[in-house]
Design a protein around this ligand. Structure first.
Ligand code: CA
Length: 638
């Protein structure tokens, strides 16, 4: 089939199905099956007793129904039965997964009919989201489920599992207690939906993956469950994790990867409606804007619907509080708008953000892509600021090159652009003709401020690569300064798990399939780097205490935030004059103590090169203030 057909209005009119009953809808009396397969000649549902192996226990033909769907209701209580679809196009028959599968057996090759109420942990109906007012209040912490507790030092019972993140009172304050004591508002989990690359039947064998290889979009990953073979277990345990995090005052963000599928031609999507779910290149093959062999055609109506339905399902059924879109630049703007509208109907406080770029070129025209420089068309959807990321510690692609905190020259304006969350500001000199590094965010809630994430080198590794001769004490000062920049800049703060205790990945940047020895969090570092950890905790409590650091609009930023003039090279300094108080922030990345002239006031020092927090460390009047080399100074005047 040609992309022209799938993109045509007539195809959409004839075959767009808007019902909410795709998949297997269970009741005690019957289960209704409905599959969208508009070009198929025959569809059967095939039952199995097990999620893997064995022989079919029954087989029923579905009838051609409305708008390209095939449907059948089967009487009886079918909860717990596993099923596939056999889809025939001419003489080619494929046995495939249900794209709307809500439960699956091991390795996600068969769906399971599920009574979802039975998967709810005790108290689930009373589960409440922690309070959250506005996107710029978010302090996000990006963590991989397995990394969190797989290391021996975590002391967790359920190592590497969803349940590992429910355990309290662990030695070394590992896991959930750590997140709580750190004070983050949102835990962002790397892919936790069912992905393909880990064999769930061989969990005793060492295996690892970040999980950017989507298999079943609406099902939790089986290797993170204590039992991947029984479809209900992973569902219940995922809910237990959300419940425990909510009880600890932390919201949950899922990393979603709708931009590509693990398989291309072999995927169930392609077998059910050949060519529909993926974009085609000029030769009719799989377009590869993801760099992973295919890209999903978000702009086709039934793909858009699938994405929206999936997100709404995670938000409603699992109480998920936010989504991070992998390669969001491959999603079209209209789909992102529809996603925002649909999730607003569930809960307006759901946080949405993504990578405003692609992994390669795409047939989707640039102006339609949800790229960083196009997100101004979107309401309450943010994009990562690679500009501030690279400005703080050096470009991710140039391993040996440092940035502002290593004392490299010429990064002051980049840091200033990050301080104002990439919104227009009269004192920031934007690079001419460079939209990408310009005031792309327009409003601060569109800007995710960070210095590192799972991709590329961890901050601690980047410092090791770029500040080679520097003693550890100096690299720790750089780390503190990098954290201070993120947590005192406008926009949405984002931290990579473990950066608060100098977590490295043995200098390996793309650790997506590397063993636990590279990726796991070693909780002993919490004690070893306690001083750095306390500094992060202090900065987080400071950010939460001072609304001046997380202003909600660009107008407010322009009105109240002023950079101090004539600061020396390697120094960025600004004062935010709020209604209640003024806050002064100075970053000194240079190798010597620098004097900065502050306006006259009763300043209380809250952050210096050693400590950070909301308590007064000492007082200073205005005038010349000395800022030690490679450090931040934050003062408040109340
Ligand atoms: Ca899996």
């Amino acid at each position: 089939m040609s992309p022209t057909l799938f993109n045509s209005v007539s195809f959409r009119r004839r075959f767009h199905y808007s019902g909410s009953d795709l998949g297997a809808v269970w009741t005690r009396k019957e289960t209704r099956f409905r599959l969208w397969a508009p070009l198929a000649d025959e569809v059967q549902v095939v039952f199995y007793k097990e999620g893997l192996g064995g022989h079919p226990a029954g087989r029923w033909s579905l009838k051609k129904s409305r708008q390209g769907t095939w449907a059948r209701a089967l009487e009886g209580n079918w909860a717990g039965v596993y099923y596939t679809y056999c889809v025939r196009h001419a003489d080619r028959i494929a046995e495939v997964m249900d794209p709307y599968a809500k439960a699956v057996g091991a390795n996600g090759v068969r769906a399971m009919v599920v009574d979802l109420a039975k998967t709810n942990p005790p108290g689930w109906a009373r589960d409440r989201k922690p309070a959250f007012k506005q996107p710029t209040d978010a302090i996000i912490y990006e963590l991989h489920v397995r990394d969190a507790t797989i290391h021996l030092s975590s002391g967790a019972k359920n190592k590497g599992k969803f349940l590992g993140l429910t355990e309290r009172g662990l030695p070394r304050g590992a896991g959930l207690d750590h997140l709580r004591e750190l004070g983050i508002t949102h835990l962002h989990l790397l892919p936790a939906f069912d992905y393909a690359s880990v064999d769930e039947t061989k969990l005793n064998k060492p295996q690892y993956n970040w999980g950017y290889d989507p298999l079943n979009y609406n099902v939790p990953e089986g290797s993170y469950a204590t039992d991947p073979f029984h479809g209900e277990v992973r569902i219940r345990e995922f809910k237990q994790m959300v419940q425990a995090l909510h009880r600890a005052g932390i919201r949950v963000v899922m990393d979603v990867v709708y931009n590509h599928t693990y398989h291309g031609g072999e995927s169930h999507f392609h077998q059910i409606v050949p060519g529909y779910y993926h974009r085609q290149d000029a030769k009719g093959g799989f377009a590869n804007g993801s760099g992973c062999g295919n890209e999903v055609a978000s702009d086709r109506s039934m793909v858009r619907k699938m994405m929206v339905d999936s997100l709404v399902y995670w938000a409603r059924e699992y109480h998920v509080d936010g989504f991070r879109f992998d390669l969001m630049g491959l999603h079209d703007l209209d789909t992102m708008k529809e996603i925002r509208r649909a999730l607003d109907r569930v809960d307006k406080s759901i946080l949405l953000y993504g990578e405003g770029w692609t992994g390669g070129d795409s047939p989707l025209p640039f102006k339609k892509r949800a790229m960083k420089t196009n997100v101004r068309a979107l309401d309450r959807i943010a994009a990562f600021s690679d500009t501030i990321r690279d400005g703080i510690k050096g470009a991710v692609m140039e391993h040996a090159k440092g940035g502002f905190v290593q004392g490299e020259a010429g990064f002051e304006e980049t840091i200033k652009s990050g301080v104002v969350a990439s919104v227009k500001h009269p004192q920031v000199a934007w690079p001419k003709g460079d939209d990408w590094r310009g005031p792309w965010a327009v409003e601060p809630w569109r800007c995710i401020t960070y210095n590192s994430c799972h991709d590329n080198h961890a901050l601690w590794d980047k410092l090791a690569l770029t500040a080679k001769g520097a003693p550890e004490s100096l690299r720790l000062r750089m780390n503190k300064l990098a954290a201070a920049i993120v947590l005192t800049s406008q926009g949405i703060s984002f931290l990579h798990a473990g950066e608060e205790f100098a977590r490295g990945k043995k200098l390996i940047e793309n650790s997506y399939n590397k063993p636990d020895s590279i990726n796991a969090i070693d909780w002993r570092r919490k004690e070893k780097y306690r001083d750095l950890l306390l500094y992060y905790r202090g900065l987080i409590s400071l950010r939460k205490a001072l609304p001046e650091l997380r202003l909600s609009s660009a107008d407010e930023i322009r009105r109240s935030l002023a950079f101090l003039p004539d600061t020396p090279k390697g120094v960025v300094a600004f004062v935010i004059a709020g209604a209640k108080r003024s806050v002064a922030v100075i970053y000194n990345a240079s190798a010597k103590t620098q004097s900065v002239f502050l306006p006259d006031a009763h300043w209380r020092v809250l952050v210096d090169d050693q400590q950070a927090g909301v308590k007064r460390l000492r007082s200073v009047r205005g005038g010349e203030v000395a800022v030690p080399p490679v450090s931040a100074l934050v003062l408040g005047d109340e």
